[in-house]
Design a protein. Structure first.
Length: 99
């Protein structure tokens, strides 16, 4: 069973096309992986910058002074704390009688 010249050329063309498609696919997958890595890095850098800017806002001088004032008043105030006491507790039975 002999294969004609056209048949052989068709087989060679199919093999060449498969090799080309394979190399294109490998290139595409490689570029896809690289683009995914780059996008993850970009998102990480943006998140880091946003977090850093948010922390700078919370660490402003007015906030630091407020903390100092609060701490100094707690230290300077040596009065004992007042403890509220309960004189009368309404139970369900006494609450109904009072109304």
């Amino acid at each position: 069973m002999s294969i004609s010249v056209k048949g052989r050329l068709a087989i060679v063309a199919l093999i060449a096309l498969a090799c080309f498609a394979s190399s294109v696919l490998k290139l595409y997958l490689g570029l896809l992986c690289i683009s995914l890595l780059v996008s993850f890095v970009a998102v990480g850098v943006v998140a880091w910058l946003v977090e850093r800017l948010a922390n700078k806002r919370h660490r402003g001088p007015e906030r630091r002074q407020g903390r100092r004032r609060r701490c100094s008043t707690l230290i300077d105030d040596s009065r004992p704390l007042s403890i509220p006491t309960v004189d009368h507790v309404d139970t369900p039975s006494t609450a109904g009688h009072l109304q």
